[in-house]
Design a protein around this ligand. Sequence first.
Ligand SMILES: C[S@@+](CC[C@H](N)C(=O)[O-])C[C@H]1O[C@@H](n2cnc3c(N)ncnc32)[C@H](O)[C@@H]1O
Length: 207
Amino acid sequence: MSFYNRYILPKLINCGCAASNVSKQRAKIVPLAKGQVLEIGIGTGLNLPFYDTAQVDHLWGLEPAGEMLNQVEDKLRVAALPFEVQLMESMAENILLEDSSIDTIMITYTLCSIPDVALAMSEMKRVLKPDGQLLFCEHGAAPDPGVLKWQNRINPIWKRIGGGCNLNRRIPDLILQGGFEIDKLESMYIPGWKPACFNYWGSASIK
Ligand SMILES: C[S@@+](CC[C@H](N)C(=O)[O-])C[C@H]1O[C@@H](n2cnc3c(N)ncnc32)[C@H](O)[C@@H]1O
């Protein structure tokens, strides 16, 4: 792994993802999680303060990047959460959990980066209980042709410097193609640079 990916990128991602416009989005979706929760791509643990501690029984934090997980461990040492948090160094394409064992899957700003989204969605569907919920908040393809054109143009270089992040993924389509139905969907540009700031958030369940 390059010096940039190992030491600089995790800090850049932590910084960008902790911005106030993004935190406002987290506050809309993360408190809805309940029961056995699986967070896909927990990153540096920026969602931790937003969980409703009265609703969550257990949090599984899946993350392939060990250097991100180190930052989650630092946060957990000071956070003193009332529920147990178990971290798993793994990819969403291979979730090491039992079938139908999870009440809530939480995914924020991660669908943009997963290499094999179809496989990851099938894994999420497998581990989610039949009456469970997928809660998501993601940036993705903008509805305006002018913005989308720039997203498509910039994407190859953005992906290289952004740890595999894609600007132009059609988030609702990926969820539907994964065998989920969308129960609630909202979208808007959050403040900031438009190509990276069109957000989709809501909930989905198994079809
Ligand atoms: C922009 S960060 C967002 C982190 C966190 N979800 C948040 O909201 O702050 C994208 C995350 O996706 C993770 N990621 C990349 N590929 C993944 C995969 N195949 N499975 C799970 N997570 C992945 C990255 O390691 C990184 O932590």
